[in-house]
Design a protein around this ligand. Structure first.
Ligand SMILES: *Cc1c(COP(=O)(O)O)cnc(C)c1O
Length: 364
C-alpha cells in the first residue's frame, strides 16, 4: 500500500483516473481508544459498518475485544483477523446453519433474538447448549436519529415478557439489547430506550445480566453537529445504574459509525460540470451509497487551493442510472471544473465493503 502525507499530495502526484480510498488508521485508533477508555462498559465494534480486515485488526490492537457480527461471513472474517476476539451474533434473524457454525466452529456464545421462533432455532442449532448469552432485542423509537432502525427488528415492550422469561430459561446469561437508530442526535434517545428496558424487566420479573445499548453514537457531518460524546456516556451510565438488575450486570454498546466514520475517505475526479451538478467517478453503486440512497451529506473538499467562495453542488455518479444521484448539497468552491479532484468522506453502511480500485493511506 502506498503512503501519502495528505490527500492533496496523492492528488498532485498520482492524479488518479479511478476513485481511490484513503485510509486514516490514526483516526480509527483514536476513536477506539476513546470508547475503550471512556465508555462505562464494553464496546463491541458493529462490523457491518465497515467490514475491512485492516480495520478489524487495527481496532483489536487498539483495545476493542468484542465484535458485533451480523452474518456468518462476518463471523469468519473477524475470527480470521482477530482470533482471540469475543464475537456476538447480534442479527435477530439467522440461518440455523450460521448459528451452528458460529457456535461449534468459531466459539460464538452470544446471540440476539426478538421472537420465540428464533429462540427455538438457537436452542436447536446449538444442541441445547447451556453456555449461551441470549440478548432479547427490544423495539425502541428512532425518533432522535437520522437513520431509522425501528421497524425491522425488535419485540415491543408489551409483548416482551413471555420472550424474556423463555430466554431466561434457555440462557446462561440473559441480555436486553436495542438500537436507537443511527446518528442519534440527542442522548435523550438512550434515556427513552432505557425507560423501556426498565419497563420490560419489571414486567417479566427476570434477572438480567447484560444491558446492550446498541449503536447510534453520532459523528460530525455538514449540518449535523451532535452534543459531546461524553454526555451520551453519562446519560447511559446514570440510567444503567438505576435499572433493577443484578449488581454484577454488564453494560455493552455496539458503535459502528462512531468507530469507522473517520477511518476512510474517497478521492474522486470531476468528469463534467453541468451548472450546479458535478459528474464524478464514484456514486450510488460504489463507496457513496448513503449519499445517494439516504441523502447523506458527507463532508467534501476540493484537492487544490482555492479562495473562491463555496457554493452548493449535487453529484451524479458514473453509471447511466438516474438513481445514481447524490443530492447533497455539497459545498465546493464555485470554480470547480472537470479534472479537479475532490475528497469525500466514505462510510459504507451496507455489508458490501467499499470497493476501491486501489487504496492508499494518508496522515490527514
Ligand atoms: C448497524 C448496527 C449497529 C451500528 O450502528 P451505528 O449507528 O453505526 O453505531 C449496532 N448494532 C446493530 C445491531 C446494528 O445493526
Amino acid at each position: 500500500m502506498r503512503h501519502y502525507h495528505s490527500a492533496l499530495g496523492l492528488a498532485a502526484e498520482v492524479r488518479p483516473a479511478q476513485p481511490v480510498t484513503l485510509l486514516r488508521p490514526h483516526a480509527a485508533r483514536r476513536a477506539a481508544r476513546y470508547f475503550v477508555e471512556k465508555f462505562p462498559g464494553t464496546a463491541l465494534y458493529a462490523v457491518k459498518s465497515n467490514p475491512s480486515p485492516e480495520l478489524i485488526r487495527l481496532l483489536w490492537e487498539s483495545g476493542i475485544t468484542h465484535f458485533d457480527v451480523a452474518s456468518l461471513k462476518e463471523v469468519r472474517l473477524v475470527r480470521a483477523n482477530a482470533p482471540q476476539a469475543t464475537l456476538c451474533f447480534m442479527h435477530p434473524v439467522k440461518a440455523p446453519e450460521a448459528i451452528a457454525e458460529a457456535y461449534f466452529e468459531h466459539g460464538v456464545r452470544t446471540f440476539s433474538l426478538d421472537s420465540h421462533e428464533e429462540l427455538a432455532k438457537i436452542v436447536a442449532a446449538t444442541n441445547g447448549a447451556t453456555d449461551l448469552t441470549l440478548c432479547v432485542r427490544l423495539r425502541v423509537s428512532s425518533g432522535h436519529s437520522k437513520l431509522s432502525l425501528a421497524s425491522k427488528f425488535g419485540v415491543s415492550v408489551e409483548d416482551s415478557a413471555p420472550l424474556l422469561m423463555a430466554a431466561r430459561q434457555a440462557a446462561d446469561a440473559l441480555g436486553v439489547c436495542f438500537h436507537v437508530g443511527s446518528q442519534a442526535m440527542s442522548p435523550q434517545a438512550y434515556a427513552d430506550a432505557m425507560a423501556l428496558v426498565r419497563a420490560a424487566i419489571v414486567q417479566a420479573g427476570v434477572t438480567v445480566d447484560v444491558v446492550d445499548v446498541g449503536g447510534g453514537f453520532p459523528s460530525i457531518y455538514p449540518g449535523m453537529t451532535p452534543p459531546d460524546m461524553a454526555s451520551y456516556f453519562q446519560v447511559i451510565k446514570t440510567h444503567f445504574e438505576a435499572l433493577p438488575i443484578s449488581y454484577s450486570a454488564e453494560l455493552w454498546c455496539e458503535p459502528g459509525r462512531a468507530l469507522c466514520a473517520e477511518y476512510a475517505s474517497v478521492v474522486v475526479r470531476v468528469e463534467r460540470r453541468r451548472g450546479d451538478v458535478l459528474y464524478i467517478n464514484d456514486g450510488a453503486y460504489g463507496s457513496l451509497f448513503d449519499a445517494a440512497h439516504v441523502d447523506w451529506r458527507f463532508p467534501v473538499r476540493l484537492l487544490r487551493d482555492s479562495s473562491v467562495k463555496p457554493v452548493p453542488f449535487s453529484f451524479y455518479g458514473p453509471t447511466c442510472d438516474d438513481m445514481d444521484f447524490m443530492r447533497g448539497p455539497f459545498e465546493l468552491p464555485a470554480d470547480v471544473q472537470p479534472g479537479t479532484m475532490s475528497r469525500s468522506a466514505c462510510w459504507a453502511r451496507t455489508a458490501r465493503p467499499c470497493a476501491p480500485i486501489s487504496t492508499a493511506s494518508s496522515r490527514i
